[in-house]
Ligand binder design. Structure first.
Ligand SMILES: Cc1cc2nc3c(=O)[nH]c(=O)nc-3n(C[C@H](O)[C@H](O)[C@H](O)COP(=O)(O)OP(=O)(O)OC[C@H]3O[C@@H](n4cnc5c(N)ncnc54)[C@H](O)[C@@H]3O)c2cc1C
Length: 372
């Protein structure tokens, strides 16, 4: 292979690429990041003011070590940049006792000794009367170490921290294809010893042979006028299972509007063509959210002040796709609507893989060439 211009090229500077760039620059690598828009833009998966950071991980206790390592790196990014990216609020997971939401979180909390408590609907009503309309057998798991992350600020901070450590960034630059240490732009090629592709919903255009089927699907986030009791000091982030719907919400960070969105529900996975982007929100999206808010959070005005679309990149099992894609290429894809909280740890793992070909992290769940 001829001499490469860069040790590593990172394609895509959303949550995963920006943090990979930062962790590579922190190790002194010669690194370039290439982004088709501007870091912190609103056309991918890493926008909309807030993301939930949970600790008792219902998706599987194997995520807990990733979460712990990520938390330390979020704190490091805050120190390095002076930005306040994490807002502690605690988290409530509310649902039927046997649900994955509550039972899965309780299992992860017990296995890893994470602080948590279980509340009956009456105890929940006493402490957080914002939540209403719960069936008598519902359970709420409260985890105090959870909170809110600021996604746009996090992405921009990771990029500035990387630049401060010597990284180069090309914004507004579309990558046409990647292979064998060559990144092809419209008008030239960039060579690197290794390429990390972190292209979110666009991943399949750059990683067409990824084994895991990836589905970019539309989601809508809505903001609703809230009284002061929905501020970050009084109102923990939450996930709630109501019938066949898992929905979630975050406190009013602007002092006026709380965010509510649906995570999973039958018929929700409308496909997104990444070259076009998700369809703008409409009255049906507003109705779907209002139907949850009216009985569930009666203090909010159920008419949204604003709504924003966003794209989940779903794998069939909703575990991520992280690892070697081909010689000289690492894939970071399929973050399935729950990846943001792990971004700096995933960046660290990608830096391991790009620079040494191996990582001490357990990637068993995340093989990019697994089927299904
Ligand atoms: C509505 C919503 C709510 C969510 N809530 C949570 C939550 O509460 N907690 C949580 O942990 N996670 C959450 N997630 C998931 C989390 O936000 C995502 O997993 C994460 O942001 C994915 O980051 P990414 O870097 O993979 O993708 P993206 O942020 O989309 O980044 C991909 C980047 O690659 C760039 N790119 C793509 N193709 C090219 C190309 N050819 N050339 C150059 N650049 C390219 C894109 O422009 C983009 O900037 C949520 C996601 C959504 C959509």
């Amino acid at each position: 292979m001829p001499e490469s211009e860069w040790d590593v090229a990172v394609v895509g500077l959303g949550a995963m690429g920006s943090h990979t760039l930062w962790r590579l620059a922190a190790r002194g690598a010669r690194v370039i990041g290439i982004e088709q828009f501007e870091p912190g833009h609103d056309r991918g998966a890493s926008h909309g003011e807030s993301r939930i950071f949970r600790t008792a991980y219902m998706e599987g206790s194997a995520y807990v070590p990733l979460m712990r390592a990520a938390r330390a790196l979020w704190a490091q990014l805050e120190v390095e940049t002076g930005a306040s990216i994490v807002i502690p609020t605690g988290c409530l997971s509310i649902g039927p006792p046997g649900s994955r939401l509550v039972a899965g979180a309780a299992e992860a909390a017990a296995e890893h000794g994470l602080p948590h408590s279980l509340l009956t609907p009456a105890q929940l009503a006493e402490r957080w009367p914002q939540h209403a309309g719960l069936p008598p057998d519902a359970v709420a798991l409260y985890e105090p170490d959870a909170g809110v992350l600021r996604p746009e600020l996090a992405v921009r901070s990771a990029v500035s921290a990387a630049i401060a450590r010597g990284a180069t960034v090309l914004s507004g630059t579309h990558v046409e294809s990647v292979g064998d240490g060559v990144v092809r732009l419209a008008d030239r090629e960039i060579t690197a010893r290794h390429v990390v592709v972190a292209a979110g919903g666009w991943s399949l255009s750059l990683l067409p042979r990824l084994g895991v089927p990836l589905r970019p699907v539309r989601r809508v986030q809505g903001w609703f006028t809230a009284p002061p009791s929905y501020g970050p000091e009084q109102f923990p982030v939450f996930l709630r299972e109501t019938g066949d719907t898992v929905w979630y919400g975050l406190p009013a960070l602007d002092g006026r509007t709380a965010k509510v969105a649906v995570h999973h529900a039958p018929g929700l996975n409308e496909p997104v063509d990444p070259s076009v982007g998700p369809r703008p929100p409409d009255a049906l999206d507003a109705d779907r959210l209002a139907e949850l808010i009216r009985p569930g959070l009666p203090g909010l005005d159920p008419a949204p002040v604003r709504m924003l679309p966003c794209t989940y990149s779903l794998t069939p099992d909703e575990n991520f796709a992280i690892g070697r894609y081909a010689d000289h290429t690492t894939a970071l894809a399929g973050f399935s609507g729950h990846g943001f909280k792990f971004a700096p740890r995933i960046g660290e793992i990608a830096a391991d893989l790009a620079l040494t070909g191996a990582t001490p992290a357990d990637l068993t769940l995340f093989a990019p060439h697994r089927r299904g």
